[in-house]
Design a protein. Sequence first.
Length: 289
Amino acid sequence: MDLHKRKRIIGVDLGGTKVEAGLVDGTVIIKKKYSLIDNKSKDAMVVINQIIDVISDLFDDTVKGIGIGVPSLVNRDKGIVHYVQNIPSWKEIHLSDILQKKFNVPVYLDNDANCFAYGEYKFGQGKESDNFVGITIGTGMGSGIITNGHLLKDANCGSGEFGSIPYLDKTYEDYCSGKYFKAIYNKTGESLLKDAKNGDKKAIDAFKNFGNHLGNAIKTIMFSVDPKMIIIGGSVSRSKDFFKESMTSSIKDFPSIESVKNLKVQFTNTQNIAILGAASIFFDRTKSK
């Protein structure tokens, strides 16, 4: 029997303002909990205790492990979280050790974009391919790289940070995430989406321009990784109907016609992918041992 069908795992998605967790049984989340976090506290243990409280509401003796996605770089081997941008008190948090001592089960960490990518591989459209890149576009832009059915085994959990690559006068993240709409149009992506649905030409053009930039980012990924598939998620992906056409058009001028022809670009359709993705990290680590 497959590993993930035999073990209940708790998946934890830590964001800058809240923590959300789910008890995953096979491919189903049977129970969820979430809590807003006090990210302004100067005491790092405040947020840690809030995570513990959420996990405690889900934990029982059927749970075999915990997987956590965090919006930062992590030391996978030691389970250390470094410098979470939206949680200033977190400079160097030995999160795996803390939670393993509390719950007495294995705890594995990874960057949230990596969790998204591996979650798609285990539970979503990534099941079609063992070599692809998952892109999350929300407040920022993150990416996870799946090679031969595993997350890319890099040195510092830093591969796939395509959003940090210089682009035009800034970086790809400044043009391929919610930052773009705030900086150029002084509106949130959600607000512009409402306008676009109402036929507002400026909003429609905003998403058209966004799609062109995202297409350029995907071409850079194609040069770097040459994936079989790109899977896009995150809050901005919900606007795909307004940027997909320009994104696709932008990709078409990639120098290799065969690469363009063979590349599949999909949008996630998996509910609760952040939780499932975090839980999937447990499967990846135990699979590789």
